[in-house]
Write a protein of this length. Structure first.
Length: 604
């Protein structure tokens, strides 16, 4: 792409206060110099540690830098001196544009990159050190990178991808710069659901590419659901009879390939098999007796008698002893495919009505009239969790339902357990952390990426009204707007402005380990997955990496994120990631012209 003269003038005249682009997520500390641009050749001499991940990561990043010759598409203007509602870009004055020869004389140059890593052996697991520093001095011809681990070095490379740009003639770094950077939270990611609709390996890898560029480090892979079982199993080959087709399956090599691809980019893969709820496909092929209510009508046309929150129904039979033998074999085989110490075992949205179809459960209740559904859920915890913990160093992730919902298990241990909170926002986060649980924040009111597209269930008479369905029925689809239970659509500003530790004590806040934005796939497949994830997930990336507040003023920096995010969207697209546009092109070209408020501190 070619640089227009106005942007070129801005770059050549740039100062520390007005570089064309800053990286996203914003580093914890970034200090720009003011001595002028530094030229960068197409070939640098690399001084790299003897580590395959670092070497491959460097050449992958450098190849993109040279191939793309990136021109920032949404440059920032100093808010203090640039009116937020310009009607046209000012023409450059002759004094503002140095001659090419003058610019050339005052430019420093880079010819080497030096990467130092203190610990080349640290594994990609929770709490691994991801910090890095970049030092580019006016007087030095070397880009100095230092990191505690190889994973921090990878983040440094993605930062360089954003700050080495083209001035229309060659590559430059706009000013000398010093960056000291590290994340606030250890868990920063997205969730992909490949059970409701299949998402192919290439599209999964596309999301991983985006995660790496945004310094997000977790792909939560919701492998299956009641609707399909897409994972090939050696122990029970018949499970994939419930895949959507022979071509919509993940082989062991597919999964290992995704894990390796992610690891090479500093991304952990957290597998999830949802149990005991959301469990029909696959399991029923092994033994129909271990699945309750699989042949029931899911809504029963009367919600009070429903057996599932969405079609199709099915839950593992908690009292049938055969269930646990199958669960153990499936879990053990899947555990060999993933390298992370954590495994997500679901535990959400258990529907009591389903177990009216189980003779095992109804007989169990008949044996002791004091038993409740809470006791039934506790039975699952007491019998399934020991199976899950047999794996060495295994830690578990569960949805919050098993602790907070009705029904729930009264005694769920806090040790080696992460609880993913998705309901009731700050209320549930406060409840869980007060009880001593470590929490991953996935609040549906702020972070669900699939919300706002209407309901997906068919033959729905609630739409058959001549007004907005919400005006006709306030409870339409559980209160959601327009038939989507978690509407409205979660914009990037909604995501970025979420202060999920608000009102927590210091002790409670320490239990918040990060955040994952889920994308459930009832209305998602390869054709739309990237556009529903990106670039909104990049807002979460900055929120969890360096926070949404300016460290000096304490004010939210939603306004200053705008241009970084708009530019990052264009950079994602340039890297082959199908991110959706957020604004008209005009807003990219006219910084802050599309802000709602002239007062840039409108959001505090």
């Amino acid at each position: 792409m070619r640089l227009n003269s106005l942007v070129a003038a801005a770059w050549l005249a740039s100062t520390a206060a007005a570089v064309a682009v800053n990286p996203l997520p914003a580093p914890r500390s970034i200090t720009w110099g003011s001595s002028g641009p530094i030229s960068v050749p197409d070939v640098l001499v690399p001084n790299l540690p003897n580590n395959q991940i670092v070497v491959e990561g460097w050449y992958r990043a450098w190849t993109k830098i040279v191939e793309l010759r990136w021109v920032p598409q949404a440059t920032e203007a100093p808010i203090a001196s640039y009116p937020p509602f310009p009607t046209a870009s000012p023409a450059p004055s002759s004094s503002a544009v140095p001659s090419a020869s003058k610019a050339k004389r005052r430019q420093s140059h880079i010819d080497t990159v030096s990467v130092k890593v203190a610990d080349l052996t640290a594994d990609l697991q929770e709490d691994v050190d991801e910090s890095y520093t970049i030092d580019i001095k006016e007087s030095s011809s070397t880009i100095q990178i230092s990191a505690q681990t190889i994973w921090g070095a990878l983040h440094a490379f993605t930062t360089l991808q954003q700050i080495i740009i083209s001035n229309g003639h060659g590559l430059i770094i706009e000013q000398p710069v010093h960056i000291e950077d590290s994340p606030i939270y250890a868990w920063r990611g997205i969730m992909l659901d490949t059970g409701r609709n299949f998402i192919s390996v290439p599209k999964i890898k596309e999301q991983i590419d985006g995660l790496a560029l945004a310094k997000l480090n977790v792909l939560h892979w919701h492998l299956d659901d009641t609707q399909s079982w897409p994972v090939e199993m050696n122990v029970f080959p018949e499970m994939t009879k419930d895949a959507y087709s022979p071509w919509q399956r993940f082989s062991h090599n597919d999964i290992k390939g995704v894990v390796a691809y992610a690891r090479a980019r500093g991304v952990r893969v957290l597998p999830e098999v949802d149990m005991p709820g959301h469990s029909a496909s696959g399991w029923q092929q092994v033994d129909p007796s271990i699945v309750a209510c699989g042949n029931s009508w899911w809504s029963n046309d009367v919600w009070a008698a429903h057996t599932a929150v969405e079609p199709n129904p099915g839950q593992l039979d908690i009292i049938n002893n055969k269930t646990y033998g199958v669960v153990e074999k499936v879990y053990n085989e899947l555990s060999t495919l993933f390298t992370d110490n954590y495994f997500h075992v679901g535990s959400d949205e258990l529907q009591p009505n389903c177990y009216n179809f189980s003779s095992y459960v109804t007989n169990w209740f008949a044996q002791d009239s004091s038993r409740t559904y809470n006791d039934l859920v506790q039975y699952w915890v007491d019998h399934a969790f020991p199976i899950f913990k047999k794996i060495k160093n295994r830690k578990l992730v569960v949805w919050e339902d098993i602790i907070l919902n009705d029904p729930h298990a009264p005694n769920v241990p806090t040790k080696d357990l992460l609880v993913q909170s998705w309901n009731n926002g700050l209320t549930n986060i406060a409840n869980l952390t007060a009880r001593g649980y470590d929490v991953i924040v996935s609040s549906s009111d702020f972070l669900y990426l699939d919300c706002g597209f209407g309901g997906f269930v068919t033959n729905d008479p609630r739409y058959d009204v001549m007004v907005n369905p919400d005006a006709d029925n306030a409870n339409f689809n559980y209160g959601g707007n327009g038939g989507s239970w978690c509407a409205p659509y979660k914009t990037w500003q909604r995501i970025y402005d979420y202060d999920f530790t608000a009102n927590l004590t210091d002790a409670q806040a320490k239990h918040v380990k990060g955040s994952i934005a889920p994308l459930w796939s009832e209305q998602v497949d390869d054709t739309v997955v990237s556009s529903k994830v990106w670039p909104r997930a990049a807002a979460l990336a900055e929120l969890t990496w360096s926070g949404n507040k300016d460290p000096k003023t304490g004010l939210k920096r939603t306004t200053t994120l705008t241009q970084r995010l708009l530019n990052f969207r264009e950079y994602l697209v340039a890297n082959g990631i199908g991110a959706t546009p957020l604004v008209p092109r005009y807003c990219l070209n006219h910084p802050h012209a599309c802000d709602l408020y002239y007062d840039q501190t409108a959001i505090h």
